[in-house]
Design a protein around this ligand. Sequence first.
Ligand code: ATP
Ligand code: MG
Length: 369
Amino acid sequence: MSPAQTAGHRAERPDDQPVLQVEDLTVAFPTEDGVVRAVRGMSYSVAPREVLGIVGESGSGKSVSSMAVMGLLPRSAQITGKILFRGEDVLRMSGRQQRGLRGRRVSMIFQDPMTAMNPVYTVGDQLAEAVRSHSAVPPRAAMQRAREMLDLVGIPQAEARLRAYPHEFSGGMRQRAMIAMAIINDPDVIIADEPTTALDVTVQAQVLDTLMSVKEAVGAAIVFITHDLGVIAQVADRTLVMYAGKPVEIGATAEVFREPLMPYTAGLLGSTPSAEGTRAGERLRPISGSPPSLISLPRGCPFGPRCPLVRDDCRASEPQLTRGGPAAPAGAGLPVVSADHLGACHHSDELLAADDPTRFFRAESEVTP
Ligand SMILES: Nc1ncnc2c1ncn2[C@@H]1O[C@H](COP(=O)(O)OP(=O)(O)OP(=O)(O)O)[C@@H](O)[C@H]1O
Ligand SMILES: [Mg+2]
């Protein structure tokens, strides 16, 4: 969409315009061993109040792509593409403009809150400072706002907790305080990078609930990064699957889980206990092998060496994101795939034709005829 179209669209229907658009983002890191191609062409958009889940194995580029959106990558990073907040390109902004955006229009929640909090200041001081760094609010009003935010994220005795230091909080409470910090300036987008991975299961569920309820309260969209499809199933409206620095599938979460277009997604579904795609009584099976080096990718599909459906054409060219299967109404007996469900595989139709797409990842002996 051209900037003119974007602007016109915004004037007509302000709530429909994506709050964040990432267009053909690439990130490379020159290193002594060669160039690490961490992100190799990533595009997505996030609508107001939408939750986009990003899932993929360790090293697939989830964090690097979101650090690019936040403008937090090291100087050595070579970045191309566009990152638009309500139509404005972050990569063309000055450092000062970027800082004005960060923590205000877009904020981030990390896996380990201790990396984002300063151990020598009280939680209240840090929250109040987050307010005052973006607007001229008197100290008492900023502290009042901090107290309201601790209330909102369900921290009991908020008044007293304002005077506590981060290390005096439990892991779950610290993560709630991080959520408070992330919403205190009413952002349009919150990027949550594995926000609950370090917590035990019960606390994880509580913190997820908190995040989802405050999202409604402040009206923010969320980009939710995780390696856990079970969590994605709970929170994400749409899901983007990353492999070797590229999105390999994107679509409405229910549809991605029901009719995966990319064997890697099917493999993830077959290896996740709580994912909807797992059939009752079925054995879980991790995908064998490991992702390729981002310094020297194999020719063709980067998932090819681990893929049970691999053929010669997969080794010849890397598949691009395309719509799989028939358009409306179903042809050839295959399920209908909606226009915004895309997968990067030369053989999506084989997955679509299977009753249980995870079966390709099971040994012959396990497959019931
Ligand atoms: N500063 C850097 N210099 C060189 N390579 C880097 C740098 N930062 C990240 N990388 C590489 O970029 C790739 C993508 O890393 P990223 O942290 O985005 O993965 P991830 O999907 O977030 O994984 P995880 O699930 O483990 O958090 C990895 O191969 C990583 O080693
Ligand atoms: Mg990461």
